[in-house]
Design a protein around this ligand. Sequence first.
Ligand code: E4P
Length: 218
Amino acid sequence: MKFFLDTANIQEIREAVSWGIISGVTTNPTLVAREEGSFEEMIKAICQEVDGPVSVEAVSTRAEDMVVEARRLARFASNVVVKIPMGVEGLKAVSQLEVTEGIHCNVTLVFSVNQALLAARAGASYISPFVGRIDDIGWDGMGLIREMVTVLERQKLASQVIAASIRHPRHVHESAAAGAQIATLPFSVLQQMAEHPLTDRGIQRFLADWEKVQKNMG
Ligand code: E4P
């Protein structure tokens, strides 16, 4: 499974990219609103840092307007993927952008297998089911990922599933076990994934023992 970073914060992106494990970035209007400066400059800077797709969300509500907006966003950089919210207008826009214009789309705010089937048929390169927001309302977010991945594979539909709205490391390894091709993670979850108390305790013990070795030798 590939890891994308779910942020518009350039420092987090630079740091995570330096770990050598980031394959893309996803943003949304909420994440962009947390940062300062011009939207266009922010996206261009992110696209330069990342060797992989950068999802940027369209905020228009009618298909024709989404297409115009997507063309503008796609001109920011060659690795921009346009995030289109699920819905009838979104599907119309995605089919035109993917099939006719060659602009890759990430269909976002997906909460059911049927929505994913429609997005895949429209030609979406990526589909983003929101695991955490489903859990938040007491449903089974991971169950949705499992079913979606199984159905898309069985139907031989090529869209890649991005497990999104990830809240904790368990969401990540369960998405990987379910077969999601990508998980998009807040930086805090990425940090948590690298940590384990037994790793810290093991390092402390090895360092203490190594000091003893040095003393014995000296
Ligand atoms: C995905 O692309 C979205 O940007 C994101 O994962 C939403 O997460 P949230 O539910 O924590 O806002």
